[in-house]
Design a protein around this ligand. Structure first.
Ligand SMILES: [Zn+2]
Ligand SMILES: [Zn+2]
Length: 304
């Protein structure tokens, strides 16, 4: 598997100078199953536009494209109306929400409303692609189906306003866990630690510093400290932090990244366009996997 970040920004896209190293587009992840060259997409934030453009540019053909949603807040669906393959009548696109305890009543309606005439010039029915909207408890067969390689997808509902899901993708003995838009509360959510157990790569929400989190209770996100804590408790090999706050510029995030690495060596702050190989041996991203004993508390020693 290979993961590519097309959107790393949380809450709202941003185009200001000083934010471009980490990127301004909102959450969108592409997983490429490198042995079969098939892709799956997680979330349709504004990064989806570039993803679609890249597929066109390299002439990627795939009869059916899966888009899985963690949840449906704006920053996770805003790219959908600008996804070029959605305008191709020959393209089949499956939009998928999964997990038990679903609160979504009508998945199709979410996108119909997003694209109704008051909000957007082209309505869902006029886009062109052949859409399929699925709400399922277990999506493993959909992932296995696009590759003919057994893939196990586990979903775990977690705390976020309106609800959201984390995902664990296991394939050929490798494990990728995506855990974004999560607020742990007073304690780290033990179910998410279990979900992330031993993962080759954990992608985790890290929108706030510990201090910012105190002022943002109930907004649905994690601090850098909490993401590191989950990585340590779950014994993951590598950690990628994402959903960067729109107030955190490149300089600030680079400083935070250094602090994070002092505590968990194999940490990276996700940058737009960054690719991470999950099929390769651990240690290709940075030299020493695992944790260091020194614990560094990350505070908002921010720019003035
Ligand atoms: Zn979000
Ligand atoms: Zn959200």
């Amino acid at each position: 598997m290979k993961l590519k970040f097309y959107g790393t920004r949380g809450s709202i896209p941003i185009c200001d100078a000083g934010f471009q190293k980490f990127g301004g587009n909102t959450t969108c992840l592409q997983i490429t199953f490198t042995d079969t060259n098939r892709i799956a997409i997680f979330d349709a934030g504004t990064g989806l536009r570039n993803l679609g453009r890249d597929l066109r540019a390299i002439g990627h053909k795939q009869e059916q494209i899966l888009i899985v949603f963690t949840h449906f807040h704006w920053d996770h669906i805003q790219g959908f109306p600008f996804f070029a393959p959605a305008y191709d009548p020959g393209q089949k696109i499956t939009l998928l929400t999964l997990g038990r305890d679903q609160t979504v009543r009508n998945l199709r309606e979410i996108f119909e409303v997003q694209m109704q005439a008051e909000y957007f010039p082209v309505q869902l029915d006029c886009m062109g692609a052949n859409f399929e909207f699925l709400q399922v408890a277990d999506a493993s067969k959909h992932f296995t189906g696009i590759n003919n390689v057994e893939t196990v997808l586990t979903a775990q509902r977690h705390n976020h306003p309106g609800g959201a899901y984390s995902f664990r993708i296991e394939r050929n003995g490798k494990v990728l866990v995506i855990c974004t838009d999560v607020e742990h509360g007073e304690q780290i959510d033990a179910r998410l630690v279990e979900l992330a157990r031993g993962a080759d790569l954990l992608v985790h929400d890290a929108q706030y510093t510990a201090e910012e989190l105190q002022k943002r209770r109930g907004w649905g996100h994690s601090s850098f400290d909490q993401a590191l804590q989950v990585a340590e408790m779950a014994g993951v090999k590598r950690l990628a932090l994402t959903h960067h706050d729109p107030e955190h510029d490149d300089e600030f995030l680079e400083r935070i990244e250094k602090l994070c690495r002092e505590r968990f060596a194999n940490t990276v702050l996700a940058r737009e366009g960054m690719e991470i190989q999950i099929s390769e041996a651990p240690g290709t991203m940075s030299r020493s996997p695992g944790r260091l004993s020194r614990r560094t508390r990350l505070t908002s020693s921010r720019r003035k």
